[in-house]
Write a protein that binds this ligand. Structure first.
Ligand code: SAH
Length: 252
């Protein structure tokens, strides 16, 4: 029987967890959730008597020990991660430890915050003639970023960029992006706490956004989006053009 599930909690709004994730949360005997970014409202889905752990104060080995003990007692364990667990979720090390102990598990995906950010902005990231690529990245912090992936190098593509974990280093973000090739006028949006009740949206350009962020004290959970897609000029999608046939519709 499958007893261990890594579940994506979604970006904040408790209705943005998957149906499967919601069901598992309600059935779990043990829930280990990832600290401050998981909306506590999700924990109210837990059944009476479920044991709830905040992993923010736990080491990797402590987390694994709780999972292992739960499995021994044939309990259902949910490891709840913010957004989608595959993005900056530090789940690989957990999964590898479990695999090393021959503990089976499954991963239930979630709505990542960069997608909730697009929804908040009412923005498509992939506009014809503007950008067909989304780069998900971060500025180096305590976690190193490989040399070839430094912002200054990625910037040369001028693609749509979603930058996690970096809003507190916005001056450096801006410098690297401009040094790397984005014009200083390139539009930027910052969405703080996308999908939460206190969600906030700030818009500017590379050359103005650091000042805007300072004036508004943006230093918490926020996504930086950069790219010309945030401007309004783009070519219409070929998908719905009358003369453009495809598998499900003949050209006129
Ligand atoms: N696995 C998560 C990301 C965890 S890293 C996901 O898929 O979204 C934490 C970073 O995610 C934060 O520093 C911030 O950049 C971003 N983030 C998480 N939740 C957010 C939200 N509701 N709104 C904006 N950014 C968010």
């Amino acid at each position: 029987m499958m007893n261990v599930f890594f579940v994506g909690a979604g970006p904040g709004d408790p209705e943005l967890i998957t149906v499967k994730g919601q069901r598992l949360l309600g059935q779990a005997d043990i829930i280990i959730y990832a600290g401050s970014l998981v909306n506590p409202a999700l924990l109210s889905l837990a059944k009476n008597g479920a044991a709830i752990y905040n992993s923010a104060s736990m080491t990797l080995d402590e987390v694994i020990a709780v999972v292992e003990q739960g499995v021994k007692e044939n309990k259902l364990v949910v490891r709840l991660h913010t957004g989608d667990p595959s993005i900056y979720g530090a789940i690989q090390e957990q999964m590898d430890k479990l695999a090393g102990k021959s503990i089976a598990f499954e991963v239930i995906p979630g709505v990542s915050s960069f997608l909730a950010t697009a929804a908040a902005l009412k923005q498509e990231y992939t506009l014809p003639d503007v950008s067909q690529t989304v780069i998900i990245t971060r500025l180096e912090g305590r976690t190193p970023v490989p040399e070839k992936e430094k912002l200054v190098k990625l910037a040369s593509h001028e693609a749509t960029m979603c930058i996690f974990l970096s809003v507190h280093m916005l001056d450096n973000v801006v410098k690297e992006l401009i040094d790397g090739g984005y014009p200083a006028e390139t539009p930027v949006a910052i969405v703080q706490k996308a999908s939460w009740p206190d969600q906030k949206i700030y818009r500017g350009a590379l050359k103005t956004i650091a000042q805007i962020a300072r004036e508004n004290n943006i230093d918490r959970t926020a996504m930086i989006v950069v790219g010309k897609v945030l401007d309004t000029n783009y070519a219409l999608s070929r998908l719905y053009a009358p003369e453009f046939g495809h598998m499900f519709r003949e050209a006129k």
